[in-house]
Design a protein around this ligand. Sequence first.
Ligand code: AMP
Ligand code: FE
Ligand code: FE
Ligand code: ZN
Length: 285
Amino acid sequence: MQRRFAGPSDLHLHSDHSDGTEPPAKVMASAHRHGLRTVALTDHDTTSGWAEAADAATSLGMTLLPGMELSARHEWRSVHVLGYLFDPDDRDLRDLTDRIRDSRLNRARSMADRISRDYDLRWADIVAQTAAGATVGRPHIADALVAKGFVRDRGEAFAGILHPRSDYYIALYAPDPVTAVAAIAGAGGVPIVAHPAGRAGLLPAALTERMLDAGLAGYELGHRENAEPALSRLQALVARRDLIVTGSSDYHGVGKPNIPGEHTTSDDMVARIIERATGSAPVYP
Ligand code: AMP
Ligand code: FE
Ligand code: FE
Ligand code: ZN
């Protein structure tokens, strides 16, 4: 049976199951209020928000593409791989995300220890900013620093205390981008590189080829962090290889200025994602 979704579509939204500030149902309501009719919940390294998001989205008449933003790393730089419509029970992918979330917890504790040498900040302050079971990250440490009055907002925390060049910074464990792409593809999902033309610029061409060989489906070219000249290079690549192109807000509630629907994905491209996926189905209203 052919089911229909309707645009406009925003395929990258975060809830408090990772570093967004709203529960999944509230994220869905925010998206709907901004006129969206198809959305994806893409919390970092977890699928725990899917059920609540599905209920809320369908009761609002929206279609939900269950998703995730998987943490990866190439040398010193972090690479985020969005995955759509994969099987949430796939063993290999679950093992990978369990490992990333475990290491995130240890890493956040270690960073808190370092920060507490100079600031009156305890682990309990970070726990207080983190929803139970959420994927913990620097944004929660930032929120604790804000609550304590040490910084004005997340942005100021990331520019200073939490910056990768700060003495308090510790890298998190994350798989290489080829492994991340293969894990999503292996679970029947559709892997798309998030904000691929950000400040760090393009990944090396040879790595890109290996990611494509591993099942990479496309790039999130519509995102506020993308910039020239990397963006034009990727537009050319996508046209040459007929890859999928998405556009999204990367909404984090009040954790970032990004507004639902500030970039959107065309109906054609949403249909291609749905056609390509074998791991799970969209949730229709
Ligand atoms: P982590 O994965 O723990 O290293 O933290 C990275 C996360 O912090 C990303 O998912 C972003 O959503 C968030 N982030 C990065 N820079 C900023 C910023 N300047 N303001 C708010 N959030 C940010
Ligand atoms: Fe985030
Ligand atoms: Fe990201
Ligand atoms: Zn994101």
